[in-house]
Write a protein that binds this ligand. Sequence first.
Ligand code: 2BA
Length: 112
Amino acid sequence: MKLIVAIVQDEDAGRLVSTLMKEGYGVTKLATTGGFLRAGNTTLIVGVEDEKLEGALGVVERVCKSRKQIVNSGVATVDPTMLGSGALPTNIEIMVGGATVFVLDVCRFAKF
Ligand code: 2BA
């Protein structure tokens, strides 16, 4: 048995949960926060039999789309006092979405 830990964007989470449930997977949804953006994201944990792993990963890949986002990094790479205006653009374009996925071996599964 495997445990899938999938970190996805909130925008994709609802559809991902309903698609996984419809296809017969058990899902737990956790509200999480990304360390870089400090914004909400969603972490799903999905326990699957080995033979159903690729099917579940296929659903995650199909539903979660990558998109560009402009964010304020909040970190100036140059000391503003070194510049006349002191104004530094800290907006950067990053790719978000898709899914960050970890697959772990489950050494024991029980429901008490
Ligand atoms: P965040 O940490 O908020 O990162 C959001 C997105 O910001 C990342 O998307 C990446 O495109 C960008 N990013 C992150 N760190 C960066 C940096 N130092 N410089 C420039 N851009 C940076 P993803 O890579 O798709 O990650 C989405 C979310 O997945 C992350 O949200 C975090 O919550 C989680 N994550 C990613 N890698 C992880 C890891 N190795 N372990 C645990 N969680 C991870």
